[in-house]
Every structure is written in structure tokens, then in C-alpha cells.
Design a protein around this ligand. Sequence first.
Ligand code: FES
Ligand code: FES
Length: 150
Amino acid sequence: MVELTVNGNAYELEAPVGRTLAETLRLDLGLTGTKIACGEGHCGACTVQLDGVPVLSCITLVHTVREREVTTIEGLREHPLIEAFVEADATQCGFCTPGQIVSASALLAANAKPGAEEIKHAMAGNLCRCGTYPKIERAIHAVASGGEGH
Ligand code: FES
Ligand code: FES
């Protein structure tokens, strides 16, 4: 059995050896906002936060996250980045977007006023096949300059 806290909710579930956090979130808990694209730790689509730090859930075994707080895109519904991404038109196909917002929210929680280079650095692990990077950066800047980074 694995005990998990996800978005403030406690869960206890069976998990076979080798089960990834991404699989557990999507298949066992129905939290399908977390995407699996490459499945190999290259693209960032599966990014969630562990104790506020972005991690790649496709290469994180669920047995390693006991007693840690997992935050997924579903836990960030009220975050100002959601509206900022819409305003900046920062989504095309949308597949990378949950991971982008999870990473960006961790950045803003650690640094409410990041500069352009800090944003690029923090977001470097999140790839976007649609090439929306300038708009993603604009959305993050908008929240940072609004002083709502949390
Ligand atoms: S799906 Fe996890 S890094 Fe690509
Ligand atoms: S919006 Fe399509 S991959 Fe980023």
C-alpha cells in the first residue's frame, strides 16, 4: 500500500512495483490533467510538484513519494496563471500546458518577481511542440508584474 497526499487530499492505494506517479495520478486517481507525452523524462508534460518543487512524474516511482505533498494542475485551478495563460493566448494544442503551469507556479512561489532569464531557466524543462514559448513567458510576466505570484 502507498499513502499519498495529492492536492491536500489523503489517499491509500495499492501500487505494483514500478508504478510511476504519473500512472497513479491518471489511472488510479483519475487526475488526468497530468499528461504523459514522452514518458522518458524529456519533455515536462507530466510535471507535478513534490513539496512545491517541480518533478517529472513519468520517471518518479510512486513508492518514493510517501509522506510528501503532491500538487497537480487540478490543485492549481484558482491560480492566477490559469487566467494569464488564457489572456496571453499561451495555449495551442494544450498538451504541454498543465506541466507549464505547474512549473511556472513553483517558480512564482519561490520568486514572485522573476526576471526574463529566470523565467527561461525555470521553464527550460517544459517543451512545447507548438512553440508558444513567447506567450507562455508573457503570461508568467503578467502574473509576476501583477504581484500575484503564489
Ligand atoms: S512525459 Fe514525463 S517528461 Fe515527458
Ligand atoms: S501548446 Fe501544443 S505542445 Fe504546447
